[in-house]
Design a protein. Structure first.
Length: 231
């Protein structure tokens, strides 16, 4: 299967390099396509180019589901266009929504073996349900984080909690550290501190504490540089 990676090009070169490096690790043979180089007729959409210039059976790799369009309706409509064209789409950050994974579920209940075999309407119902459930779960997780951060139990005006100086590595802290390690531009990712803090939904103090802990564990800073393939 031919692999093509759609790079949503940033003005920050280090972001582009790290995303390309990640794709090269996952899909060594992938062709990298810059979003800015394929938008047609002054449009800011690269979807028409991909649909017109990609053959059936090819896999197009995106960073995340949001890259498919400007809103969820637009993304679902574009997802359908790729399915109708027999083109697989994969999301590195959200593999549960990738067409290959959803196809496995679809094939459990039908005689289909490839994306070209599916009934598009039925398959898209599965896509819509999966996207809806994923986004709801993501929203609930975000709300849960914000609620926990906003809880303040006071006792005579003083917060109640563990004695000063004691620490507890929670599951949430460990999950946040893993995401920082994967997404931070200081490690293996491409996101810078302000946007990553917002994405994680944690306080600045927690973020920089986790980051300091990770730097102690990963003291070496490996710089990765890859040349962008042009189309």
């Amino acid at each position: 299967m031919e692999n093509r990676y759609l790079l949503i090009k940033s003005t920050r070169k280090e972001w582009n390099d790290k995303r390309i490096a990640r794709v090269r690790c996952l899909y060594p043979d992938a062709t990298v396509i810059s979003s800015k180089s394929v938008c047609e007729n002054g449009s800011d959409s690269y979807i028409p180019y991909l649909l017109k210039n990609t053959s059936r059976g090819t896999q197009i790799i995106f960073d995340e589901f949001s890259n498919l369009g400007v809103d969820d309706e637009d993304r679902i409509n574009n997802y359908r266009k790729f399915v109708e064209s027999g083109i697989h789409i994969t999301f590195i950050n959200e593999p549960i929504l990738s067409s290959s994974n959803l196809l496995k579920t679809y094939c459990l209940f039908t005689e289909a073996e490839t994306l070209s075999d599916v009934d598009v309407d039925t398959f898209m119902n599965l896509v819509k349900k999966s996207v809806s459930e994923y986004l709801k779960a993501k929203e609930m997780e975000s709300l849960g984080r914000k609620a926990m951060q906003g809880i303040t139990i006071e006792n005579g005006g003083n917060p109640v909690g563990r004695p000063a100086g004691t620490t507890l590595e929670t599951k949430k802290a460990e999950e946040s550290k893993q995401k920082i390690l994967r997404l931070s531009a200081d490690f293996d990712g491409y996101m810078h501190d302000p946007e990553l803090i917002k994405y994680l939904g944690i306080s600045r103090n927690s973020f920089y504490k986790y980051k300091a802990d990770l730097k102690k564990q990963c003291p070496k800073d490996t710089k990765l540089n890859f040349k962008l393939d042009t189309m």
